[in-house]
Every structure is written in C-alpha cells, then in structure tokens.
Design a protein around this ligand. Sequence first.
Ligand code: GFB
Length: 312
Amino acid sequence: MAYDLEGKRIWVAGHRGMVGGAVVRRLASEPCKVITAGRDVVDLTDQRAVLDWMLDTRPDAIVMAAAKVGGIKANADFPVDFLHQNLMIEANICAAAHAADVGRFLFLGSSCIYPKMAPQPIPEDSLLTGPLEPTNEWYAIAKIAGIKLVQAYRTQYGRDWVSAMPTNLYGPGDNYDLETSHVLPALLRKFHTAKETDAPEVELWGSGTPLREFLHCDDLADALVFLLKTYSEYEHINVGSGVEVTISALAETIADVVGYKAKLTFDASKPDGTPRKLMDSGRLHALGWNNVRPLRDGIADAYQDFLAMNLP
Ligand code: GFB
C-alpha cells in the first residue's frame, strides 16, 4: 500500500541526531511539511509530556529517529540507560501516536537485534533465534520490543506502522566522543589527532578482526523515505549497504582519507563484540532501493563534517 507524502505533516523524532538530521535533509525535497521538537519542547521519556505534545501537534506521520545510542563501550557501560530510556521513548511515542490517530509510523532499530552468531548475511527471520551479543543486548532488547510494539499496533488496531533495521551508520552529525562513539567516527578523530600531533601510533580497541557493515546516514535517509512511501508489511526490513570490512581494513581506509599513516596498535582489554553482522537487505533491493555510495567516498564526506566541527 503506497503512502503519499503530498501535504503531510511528518514529525522527525530525534531531528538533532545524525539519523534525524539526515532524514530532515532528505525530506526537504519532498512535498511534505517537516515537524521537529527538541528536548526543550518535549522530553520523550516523559509519558504525559509526549501525549500532551502529540495530541496538540497531531502529525500525519512519524519517523522515529530518537533513541539513546552509542558504541560498544557505551552500551556495555550503561545498560540501564540503553534499556530503560529506549523502552520509555518508544512506548511513549507509540501510545501517544495511537491516541492522536497517527496513520503512518516508521520505527528504527539496529542490526544488533540479531543473534550474535546469526547466519551471515542475516535475514530478517533470524530475529529471536539465538543469544544476543552481550555488549549491546540492552539496546537490542529495547529495539526488539519496539519492533514488537509496532507489530502489536498493526495487529490490534490495524495501524499502517512499520519498522526498519539499519546497519552501522556514520556521516554528518555523528558523535565523535572517543568514549561513547561508534568505531568509524572514533577512528576518524584518532587518525586526525595523530596527524595533528605527528603521533607514530593509533590505538584500536579489540583485535581489529571483527567485520562490520557500514551505511552513510544520507543513504539511510533515502532508503527510509523510500520505505515510508512504499512499505507496509508486518515484518521489519533490513537496510544495509552489503559492504563489510574488518576493523583493521577500516582503519587503513580512514588513514588514507585523513592522509596519515600510523602504526596500528590494539587494546585487547576492549571488547570485539559480535564477530560479524552483515545483513541480508535483499527484500529492500527487491522493492527497488539500493542507492549506496562507495564506503571511501562516504568516509571522505564524514571527515569533512568532522573537520567542520573544529573539535579540540
Ligand atoms: O562501532 P562499535 O562501537 O559498535 O564497535 P558495534 C565496532 C567494532 O570496532 C568493535 C572496534 O569490535 C570495537 O572493538 N573498535 C576499534 C572500536 N577501535 C574502536 C574505537 O576506538 N571505538 C569504538 N567504538 N570501537 C554497536 C552497538 O556495536 O552497533 C550499538 O553497540 C548499535 O548499540 C551499533 O547497535 C549499530 O558495531 O560493535
């Protein structure tokens, strides 16, 4: 069932984040009105505040890019934050959206919802078929609950709500804090700092052997708008690039983009996490979307964004 964006009022929840910002940029070329609301306007972990704001605003559609997110260390260090905050945000928004009769809702999860040792590439029906990766099981459980909430509203109330599962993301507006960020922005910052200080080495966490799939946030946003317009199935849908690299190979590419060669060292005290999480995005491709830029081009774009931030 297609969904026409013409004249629709679309709330991008989490518009200040990397994904939310990319979705706002992508929707600028669509015939719809984008609604945004920062934390100063509505605290998404406050059930009453979300309901009041939603009943007052009554968007036609919601893209759910609001979440408590972070890299492997942040997930392992703050299980309560990742589980509780994400459960609150999704439960509050779903309940308020239903109360305000929001017809279209696109929920976003993550590839970490799948079992640690899922078959690769990971098909959507691998969900809940095995144990999760311990470092991010908190976030994973919250996002699995979100998928199930969306399916429950489809089942009980006939809501045309859907869920998409992006792979590891990067790009403009990323988090570059070395403690809480994901690997790609962390290595951009580490190589940049090494170049600025002429440091001989760059330290990676773990062994460098895990494989990760990466997708630029603007490519994700294009896929999400495609899905918003075209996808109406019960099952969640994978949104990946199909391109995976080892962490060591990623570091070499980032070194090339930054223009600085350094000896890689490895901090074995940090976790590798799941060995691989390449998703099977064949269902998305069969629907007609596969608009992925080359990884090196995406990293070069992200580096320009990092430089523009002028971080100390
Ligand atoms: O991106 P990342 O933090 O999260 O780590 P995950 C990916 C891999 O890069 C891990 C290694 O094996 C890390 O040990 N790595 C090497 C580094 N150097 C670094 C570094 O300096 N910083 C970081 N952060 N990693 C996340 C989940 O898992 O995937 C999130 O924790 C979310 O909840 C996201 O699901 C998509 O890819 O392991």
